[in-house]
Design a protein. Structure first.
Length: 156
């Protein structure tokens, strides 16, 4: 069940708090190949199963780093229900790291924590979400990122 954040006061009240995690789902080779096709990044470590079996230290195709990062936007609203805002904008990232590869066949989930919430101007709030793409059974995440969102007030 998503965490409900109701307006600016609700967002501020949850600052520096864990939000939760999505259920685990599998990273598939089809998803990796679709991302390769969408971006033009067909580096062999992602898509060449035969070469991976012979040469890769990972032993399986690995998801692109930017595919792993894109999972944040895709799963963000599975964890949050936002009310009382005119608009919510993905403003970017401050820091992104890929500590461990996410391999085809592994299960992953998104976990987020709300960090700092500050007012930017005119009632616009900026919130830092600490996002982690956790890999089932792995001690390190596939992604650790500071994702920045801007929350605009409702139109008057």
């Amino acid at each position: 069940m998503p965490v409900i954040i109701d307006g600016a006061a609700g967002l501020r009240a949850l600052a520096n708090s864990p939000i939760g995690a999505t259920p685990y789902e599998e990273m598939t080779l089809d998803r990796i190949r679709a991302f390769a096709d969408a971006t033009g990044d067909h580096q062999w470590i992602h898509v060449d199963v035969e070469r991976i079996a012979k040469e890769s230290p990972f032993g399986a195709p690995i998801a692109h780093g930017y595919l792993t990062l894109s999972l944040v936007a895709g799963r963000f609203f599975d964890l949050l229900e936002l009310r009382g805002f005119g608009m919510v904008i993905n403003y970017g990232t401050n820091k992104v790291r890929f500590p461990t590869p996410l391999k085809a066949g592994q299960r992953f989930r998104l976990a987020i924590q709300l960090g700092e919430v500050t007012e930017v101007k005119g009632g616009v709030l900026e919130a830092i979400f600490l996002a982690s793409v956790e890999v089932e059974g792995e001690p390190k995440p596939a992604l650790a990122a500071e994702c920045v969102y801007r929350f605009l007030p409702p139109a008057a």
